[in-house]
Design a protein around this ligand. Structure first.
Ligand SMILES: Cc1ncc(COP(=O)(O)O)c(C=O)c1O
Length: 568
């Protein structure tokens, strides 16, 4: 019990399990009713969150007294502070229980959690007050609102029935790392502002580079190194800026309108955005056409042709973005020939491996980044498939000075005791923003608390589950697998009948909507060569074989409504 300071003895403690149904609130500080363990069922079946989290005492029950004390009935004379260790201890335990219950209920009572949120736009406005409260409310009140008002508006990315887009993989280690990060809450923009934050990041990204078998040029021991960007979009932006400034140094700033970049029509939209921010003219962004003949990877000869043509017309090719695992269909651009071309023309090549990069820690998938030795930079999203929780985008570059030259700022107020260039790393010069989170902590924790062997197994499990789904699809004549599957994404659709692509697209669109409206699973879609394609991406941490089988049963059953002339 730590409630004496805050209330009159009935408050929040953490020595009793939450939600065990104790009713007097005196000796069992948390919960005097159904308890918080029912909270998630609450929104679905109308039960209250439970009368947990104290009995109107402790932790403040929302009253402010005359002298501004707001910590509860018995806290007269004690001023509330934003960070108090004992409050943190008590409320932190409650929050961890709340979150653990969320995961347990996601698994045990999936029917209570429509994977794709079913609320309508604006649903929340009517449920919340127009303005922020003047006086504190209790954690119980707040969690009650989370259960009743927020959870219904959550699309459950961590549900075992989540198969949309790409997963945002969580893990206990990643979660704990986030927690530690939030707790320490340091801002390591320069080495000085938290030496450990900088040094751990350097070390952990070297570890990860070695797991990916990146060439030594990407390690911090030479001119290269890694930095954790917030997102994949930021990673691509900073390397485009670095490459732009590098070429402009050579050809002169006035040549900006002649700079051209290359990617494909499958490249993530962040590339176009990065180029526009960097001042590359929209008409100089060459998105090379792909099709099924290369499984939607970039045809190397198209790149060669485009570069030759641009050079002949006075343009300056300076950047190629190759993707390993495109967002749309997990296509892989062939790095070996593309890298050779990039090298021969002196063009910066970046490898966007946001999704599939993590799989390359497995020897059997490493081949997909063969050719990386001719690239200048590469990013992965560890929050997608390396269990590092949102957000964590490691980026490696071979030439850190290109990044620093493009992004460094040295205002007087940051000059205090700044060691000389090269003595330390100042990550503010490797990214857009100044403030930065201590993200390497969670990556370090993921790597240490699982070990690379387990991480490989987690990834392999997902790939095997995707294979299972692919087999189901392949065995059902009404469906077809549309692209060659390399990783944990299956692109499939109801096959056309008699070559009628329009009706086929319509039916697949309808099937998608019907499947997602069940709330049992969530899948997404894409378009490939004008065809409406369904995407089934495995990667949520709770997904097991039975979930994949159930998902297939759901899809199969709903597809029967399209039964036409015995075809489907
Ligand atoms: C291949 C690829 N690149 C970039 C991104 C963007 O990453 P982020 O959402 O972290 O900005 C994604 C996201 O799905 C992706 O799949």
């Amino acid at each position: 019990m730590h409630d004496r300071e805050y209330g009159n003895g009935n408050g929040i403690g953490h020595d009793n399990a939450i939600g065990k149904g104790h009713s007097n609130g005196n000796s069992h500080p948390i919960g005097n009713g159904n308890g918080i363990s029912n909270f998630l069922n609450g929104f679905a079946n109308g039960n209250d969150i439970g009368n947990g989290l104290g009995n109107g005492h402790g932790m403040g029950n929302g009253h402010s007294n005359d002298n501004g004390n707001v910590n509860g009935n018995g806290a007269k004379g004690k001023k509330m502070k934003p960070m108090e260790s004992e409050v943190l201890r008590e409320q932190g335990h409650i929050m961890v229980d709340f979150i653990a219950d969320y995961y347990k209920n996601l698994e045990d009572s999936p029917q209570d959690f429509p994977v794709l949120s079913q609320v309508q736009p604006g649903y929340l406005r009517d449920m919340l007050p127009d303005s922020a409260p003047d006086h504190p409310e209790t954690l119980k009140e707040l969690l009650d609102d989370v259960s009743k008002k927020i959870i219904p508006g959550i699309t459950h990315w961590q549900s075992p029935g989540y198969f949309a887009y790409y997963a945002s993989s969580t893990s206990v280690a990643g979660f704990l790392g986030e927690m530690l990060n939030a707790g320490l809450s340091v801002v390591g923009f320069t080495w000085l502002t938290s030496p450990a934050a900088t040094e751990l990041e350097v070390i952990v990204l070297d570890w990860l580079a070695k797991l990916l078998q990146l060439p030594n040029d990407f390690l911090s021991t030479g001119n290269g190194g890694g930095v954790i960007q917030g997102t994949g979009c930021e990673a691509v932006l900073v390397v485009v800026l670095a490459a732009r400034d590098k070429i402009l140094k050579k050809v002169g700033k006035t040549s900006l309108p002649r700079l051209v970049v290359y990617a494909t029509d499958q490249t993530h939209s962040s590339f176009r955005k990065a180029c526009l921010i960097a001042g590359v003219h929209e008409e100089n962004i060459r998105l090379l056409k792909t099709d099924a003949s290369t499984n939607y990877g970039m045809p190397p000869e198209s790149l060669e042709e485009a570069i030759s043509s641009d050079l002949a017309h006075g343009f300056i090719p300076f950047f190629i973005l190759a993707t390993v695992g495109t967002t749309s269909s997990a296509a892989v651009d062939p790095l070996v020939p593309l890298g050779k071309t990039a090298k021969s023309y002196g063009i910066w090549m970046h490898v966007d491996a946001a999704y599939a990069g993590s799989a390359c820690i497995c020897p059997e998938f490493r081949k997909f980044i063969d050719g990386i030795e001719n690239a200048d930079s590469m990013n992965i999203n560890a929050h997608k498939w390396l269990f590092a929780n949102q957000t964590c985008s490691p980026l490696w570059v071979k030439d850190k000075y290109s990044l620093i030259d493009a992004l460094k700022t040295n205002p007087e107020y940051l000059e205090y005791k700044v060691p000389k260039r090269d003595e330390v790393v100042n990550f503010k010069d490797w990214q857009i923003s100044l403030s930065r989170r201590f993200r390497s902590l969670k990556l370090w924790m993921v790597l240490r608390l699982y070990g690379s062997e387990n991480l490989r197994d987690f990834i392999r499990d997902h790939v095997n589950l995707a294979k299972k789904f692919e087999d189901y699809v392949a065995q059902d004549q009404r469906f077809e697998v549309v692209t060659t599957r390399y990783f944990s994404l299956v692109c499939f659709r109801l096959a056309p009948v008699g070559g009628d692509e329009d009706t086929c697209n319509e039916h697949n669109r309808e099937l998608l909507a019907t499947v997602n409206s069940t709330g049992k699973i969530f899948i997404s879609h894409t378009a490939l060569s004008g065809k409406f394609i369904l995407r089934f991406a495995v990667g949520a941490p709770l997904t097991e074989e039975r979930h994949v089988t159930e998902a297939w049963q759901t899809i199969k059953k709903l597809a029967s409504k399209f039964n036409r002339n015995g075809n489907y």
